[in-house]
Design a protein around this ligand. Structure first.
Ligand SMILES: [Ca+2]
Ligand SMILES: [Ca+2]
Length: 338
C-alpha cells in the first residue's frame, strides 16, 4: 500500500515538474507566418509563454541574417512580457522579397532552454502593371473593335513575394475627345475572364471620331496590405482611330445568293459615332426612294439589292446617299447585276 502511494507521488512529480519550469509556447503573432505584406518596416511580434521569467541576456533574434539582442544598446528589440517586439530601424527596412526570422534558443530563469524557432514572411512593395494591352500606340482602322488589357503583379525576387492583382479594385477609364466613361470591375461593359479584360467599343456610351486620340486609364492594386494600404498603380496607354472615308464595295453587286458580291458595304466619315441620326437612302433612276437603311448589321452598313419590303430590285444603276444628322456625308451610284 505504502509502496503504491510512493509510486503515485513519484509519477505525479514526473508529470508536473516540467510544467513548473517550462517555456510553454513561442508563436509569431505579427505578421502571420507566410503572410505577404506591403510594409517595409513591419514590426515583428513573438509571443513567448513561459512559467518563469525569461532571461533577457540570452535572447537573440535573427532577422534576414542580422542578429538583435535585448539590452539598452539594442532598442530595435524590446521585451514586453509576454511579447518580444522587433521594430526595424529606418536603415534596415526590408527589401522586396523574403524575410526570415529566427529566434535562437534562450533560457528562462529556472534554467529551461527553448528550442530554436524560425518563420518567414514576404514583402511586396511593387504595384501591378500592364502585361498586355491592345490596341496600344497604334492607329485603329476598324469601325468596331475590342480593347483588351491583361494585368500582372510582377515578380522581382521570389515568386512567393508577389501577392497578385486584386481585380475587384480595377477601374478602367476611357477618354475620347471631351467624353469619358468609367468602368469598374463587374461592369457588363468590362468583361473579365480571369485573365483578360475585354471592352467592346460597341458597348461603350462614348463614340470615337475619326483621327481621334483615345486614352485608357487603368487603376488597380495588389493583394498585399499595410497601414498605408496595398500597392496601387495608375497606368495609362493610348491609341488612335484612323479615318473612315466614303466607301462602297463591291460595285457592281450580284445579289443571287451565291455568296459572291451579294451585297455592298458602305462606310462614311465618323461612322464609329452611333450617337448621330444616320441613314442610307437608295433611289432608282426615276428618283423613287426604294430603300432606307437606318442601322448597321453588326458594325457594317450594307445594301443587299432589295427594297424596303425585301423584294429584289431589278438590274440597273441606283443612287445611294448617306445622311448623318441631316447632312449628306457620301453619295454615288451602285449597280445591281442579275
Ligand atoms: Ca505586388
Ligand atoms: Ca452574287
Amino acid at each position: 500500500m505504502r509502496d503504491h502511494r510512493a509510486k503515485f507521488y513519484f509519477l505525479l512529480l514526473c508529470i508536473s515538474l516540467p510544467l513548473f519550469a517550462q517555456i510553454t509556447s513561442i508563436q509569431l503573432a505579427e505578421p502571420t507566418e507566410g503572410a505577404i505584406i506591403a510594409c517595409q518596416d513591419q514590426r515583428i511580434i513573438i509571443e513567448i509563454m513561459a512559467d518563469s521569467d525569461i532571461d533577457p541576456a540570452t535572447v537573440a533574434l535573427e532577422v534576414n541574417d542580422s542578429v538583435y539582442t535585448l539590452g539598452l544598446a539594442d532598442s530595435n528589440l524590446i521585451w514586453n512580457d509576454p511579447y518580444l517586439e522587433y521594430n526595424p530601424a529606418a536603415s534596415e527596412i526590408y527589401p522586396d522579397g523574403r524575410v526570415s526570422v529566427v529566434l535562437h534558443p534562450f533560457m528562462d530563469l529556472s534554467g529551461d532552454e527553448s528550442m530554436e524557432q524560425s518563420w518567414e514572411f514576404f514583402v511586396d512593395v511593387t504595384p501591378p502593371q500592364i502585361a498586355m494591352a491592345s490596341p496600344m500606340d497604334e492607329t485603329v482602322e476598324e469601325i468596331a473593335f475590342d480593347i483588351t488589357i491583361e494585368l500582372e503583379d510582377p515578380v522581382f525576387s521570389i515568386p512567393e513575394a508577389a501577392s497578385g492583382v486584386n481585380h475587384n479594385l480595377t477601374v478602367v477609364t476611357i477618354q475620347a475627345g471631351g467624353e469619358e466613361q468609367v468602368l469598374s470591375y463587374g461592369d457588363p461593359a468590362l468583361q473579365f475572364d480571369g485573365t483578360t479584360y475585354t471592352i467592346s467599343t460597341d458597348d461603350l456610351d462614348i463614340a470615337f471620331m475619326d483621327n481621334q486620340e483615345i486614352i485608357v486609364f487603368v487603376e488597380t492594386c495588389d493583394l498585399s496590405g499595410c497601414v498605408s494600404g496595398p500597392n496601387c498603380a495608375n497606368i495609362q496607354f493610348n491609341f488612335g482611330t484612323g479615318e473612315s472615308p466614303c466607301y462602297l464595295e463591291p460595285n457592281p453587286i450580284t445579289p443571287n445568293g451565291d455568296g459572291i458580291n451579294d451585297f455592298a458595304e458602305l462606310r462614311y466619315p465618323n461612322m464609329r459615332d452611333a450617337s448621330k441620326d444616320r441613314a442610307i437612302h437608295i433611289f432608282d433612276q426615276q428618283s423613287n426612294k426604294v430603300r432606307e437603311i437606318t442601322s448597321p448589321e453588326g458594325a457594317a452598313w450594307i445594301w443587299n439589292g432589295r427594297d424596303d419590303d425585301g423584294m429584289p430590285m431589278g438590274q440597273g444603276t441606283y443612287l445611294y446617299v448617306v445622311i448623318v444628322d441631316d447632312e449628306v456625308e457620301c453619295d454615288g451610284t451602285i449597280t445591281v447585276l442579275r
